[in-house]
Design a binder for this molecule. Structure first.
Ligand code: RB5
Length: 149
């Protein structure tokens, strides 16, 4: 199950992403927004972050104007690793190396085709273990206040 959220700046990307998910029979929970009317992106970041960390969704996708504000808000929730992605390489590597659990994109930065492509890569790329497990554990330790440096 994929958790989806966006503000008005990311709404057009999310329409295209939902079309892709429907076509590929990928289940999702849509937390809105549902139009281009101005809303506050932290509201949607928080809903998706909670759905991923506590609500049984494996991964999340968030879109705003830049992808930046909505990722900042999501990353404040414990257990979230939200990554802003602007290219195919980033979409792949943030899954492989950072074990990102939320993909963030900007509707004023990329177009719908790119958003669908990055989503496809993100959802189909596995996490790599070994040294990457160790580094992701360090991120978690920073989050928990147990990191020794
Ligand atoms: C909304 O105008 C805009 O600030 C928002 O979509 C996003 O880009 C924030 O980072």
């Amino acid at each position: 199950m994929i958790a989806l959220g966006c503000d008005h700046g990311g709404y057009n990307l999310m329409v295209a992403i939902k079309k892709y998910l429907n076509k590929n029979n990928i289940e999702y929970k849509d937390f809105g927004t549902d139009s281009t009317e101005s809303v506050d992106y932290p509201v949607y970041a928080y809903k998706v972050a909670k759905a991923v960390t506590e609500g049984g969704c494996e991964l999340g996708i968030l879109c705003c104007g830049t992808g930046i504000g909505i990722s900042m808000a999501a990353n404040k929730v414990k257990g979230v690793r939200a990554a802003v992605v602007n290219n195919e390489f980033g979409a792949e590597m943030t899954r492989r190396h950072n074990h990102a659990n939320i993909l963030c994109m900007g509707g004023r930065v990329i177009n719908e085709d790119q958003a669908v492509k990055f989503t496809d890569i993100f959802l189909n790329t596995p996490e790599e273990g070994d040294r990457h497990d160790k580094r992701v554990a360090m991120i978690t330790a920073i989050e928990n206040g147990t990191f020794k440096g």
